[in-house]
Design a protein around this ligand. Structure first.
Ligand code: KIV
Ligand code: ZN
Length: 525
């Protein structure tokens, strides 16, 4: 058999994925996900967009300091952005600067409309080409591995696209990325675009062709695979397909499609597919973005068989209704249940199996939470542990804590909440009525914290496991000018979980204010 051709997997969960509405991650969570991506064996971890905020800078810096993988940092084609990316990557063993600029007519006219970029479209295109080449040349002075992205390449004039791609390769780009930024293209059309570049860019063999497909029409994975068939050798994708708007191509779908249908082609990735499920769950629990039950590969129903005919077929031969085994993507066959008597060691080894590496103090903290939970809930499942870990990752330097909560609510009474909060500066107690118990609770917190206006941007609550004793996980997102803070709270009582989530988000905001890292730019992607 001929040797398989490698398709590089570039994971953008921590950059484009984090741009999903409501998915902001703190630094510790990003570091933990990067460690798991390393176990998954992705080729490139795109860790963030350093110039967009001090938080992003710090995350890229921390991940590149510890990762053995190629770590990419995104930057616009500007001097300041490139310098910031290079600085954030300064400790990386394998740094990659990923610079981008828009190339489609619609983007150029919209984003570079000012006359200083040229008066006509042709003049503006010439300016963009120069900016792209300058950016790659400058980036090359910091590191060898340079990726250039032609933003909205899916709708870019193909002659111009070929011209700019050729020029950036000439300037030193080692990887040229062809994003379908708006998820507009059709698989055969997108494949043809890749083929066209291979035919019309004379130096194309000097760079790896990458694709980055968005899922606005649900075609991101199909487009990525079509691109591979036509010459792309890097696919940019994210865990659970998270990303801007409808998201990016989902890593698990791209990888498993290539693996399961290897009878059709000669491509392979280096992904350790047995780590897919743990990675998916970790990303879902840290981002608070629930995986839809019928999601391919990682959804709860992906390997569930409901009808009698299917169950009967499965019992006789699993292949009647399954094209891959749950084990091949790391879905556990049996659900291991922990309880009060499991002990610290039992907890530690279960957490390790789920992909969490803990320092001694972290383990101690999680163990205490585990014991508290075991008092309320007899059986503790993997998803409960993931939630506890999510809680642990949200710790701040000087936490604000919920000390006391009393709720009065019912079918014929006005919902009232009394709350006591401990902050590094003192203890504050307040009461408030509200439209419902959660509203009353949030109002009492706002009074206690002396907030002039509510910073609440969004709120959601979900049950993490099934059954009456299930843990409720609340997510609260606050917006303070340009910065977002997402807090999570868990409890078997959803009002308490909601209060904890609000207070956690305030804690994260306080932390950022203290470190003066609340500003972020509109990244213009
Ligand atoms: O969707 C897009 O075009 C991007 C680029 C910055 C790669 O995310
Ligand atoms: Zn994107």
């Amino acid at each position: 058999m001929t040797e398989k051709e490698k398709v590089h997997i570039f994971d953008t969960t921590l950059r484009d994925g984090e741009q999903s509405p409501g998915a902001s991650l703190n630094i510790q969570e990003k570091v933990e996900i990067a460690r798991q991506l390393e176990k998954l064996n992705v080729d490139v971890i795109e860790a963030g967009f350093p110039a967009s905020s001090p938080l992003q800078f710090e995350a890229v810096n921390r991940i590149s300091a510890e990762s053995g993988k190629t770590v990419a940092a995104l930057c616009r084609a500007t001097e300041g952005d490139i310098q910031s990316a290079a600085k954030a990557l300064s400790q990386a063993r394998h740094p990659r600067i990923h610079t981008f600029i828009s190339t489609s007519d619609i983007h150029i006219l919209g984003k570079f409309g000012h006359d200083r970029y040229g008066k006509t479209l042709a003049e503006k295109q010439a300016t963009i080409l120069r900016m792209a080449v300058d950016a790659v040349t400058m980036a090359k002075s910091f590191c060898q591995d340079i990726e250039f992205s032609a933003e909205d390449a899916g709708r870019t004039n193909q002659t111009y696209l070929a011209e700019i791609i050729s020029a950036v390769i000439e300037a030193g780009a080692t990887c040229v990325n062809i994003p379908d930024t708006t998820g507009y293209t059709w698989p055969s059309e997108f494949g043809q675009r890749i083929r066209n570049l291979r035919q019309h860019v004379p130096n194309i063999a000097d760079a790896i062709i990458s694709v980055h497909c968005h899922n606005d029409l649900g075609l991101a994975v199909a487009n990525s695979l079509s691109a591979v068939e036509n010459g792309a050798r890097q696919v940019e994708c994210s865990i659970n397909g998270i990303g801007e708007r409808a998201g990016n191509a989902s890593l698990e779908e791209v990888v498993m499609a290539l693996k399961v249908r290897s009878d059709l082609h000669n491509f392979a990735t280096d992904i350790v597919t047995e780590e897919i499920y743990n990675t998916s769950r970790m990303v879902s629990s840290f981002t608070g973005m629930i995986v839809q039950p019928n999601k391919a590969i990682v959804g709860d129903n992906a390997f569930a068989h409901e009808s009698g005919i299917h169950q009967d077929g499965m019992l006789k031969n699993r292949q009647t209704y399954e094209v891959m085994t749950p084990q091949s993507v790391g879905v556990p066959e049996t659900h291991i249940v922990l309880g009060r008597h499991s002990g610290k060691h039992g907890l530690q080894s279960r957490l390790a199996a789920l992909g969490y590496k803990l320092e001694a103090q972290e383990l101690e903290n999680v163990y205490q939470r585990f014991l508290n939970l075991a008092d309320k809930k007899k059986e503790i499942y993997d998803d409960d542990l993931r939630v506890l870990m999510g809680d642990e990752m949200q710790k701040t330097a000087e936490p604000i804590e919920l000390d006391y909560l009393h709720i009065n609510s019912g079918t014929s009474s006005i919902p009232t909440a009394t709350i006591r909060i401990k902050t590094p500066d003192g203890t504050y107690e307040e009461s408030s009525t509200g439209d419902g118990p959660v509203d009353a609770c949030f109002r009492a917190i706002e009074r206690a914290m002396k907030l002039e206006s509510s910073l609440l941007n969004s709120y959601s609550v979900r049950s993490t496991t099934a059954g009456r004793q299930a843990l409720g996980e609340a997510t609260v997102r606050l917006r303070d000018k340009n910065a977002f803070f997402t807090g999570r709270g868990v409890s078997t009582d959803i009002i308490e979980a909601s209060a904890k989530a609000y207070i956690q988000a305030l804690s994260l905001r306080q932390d950022a204010l203290r470190q003066n890292i609340t500003t972020s730019i509109d990244n213009g992607i």
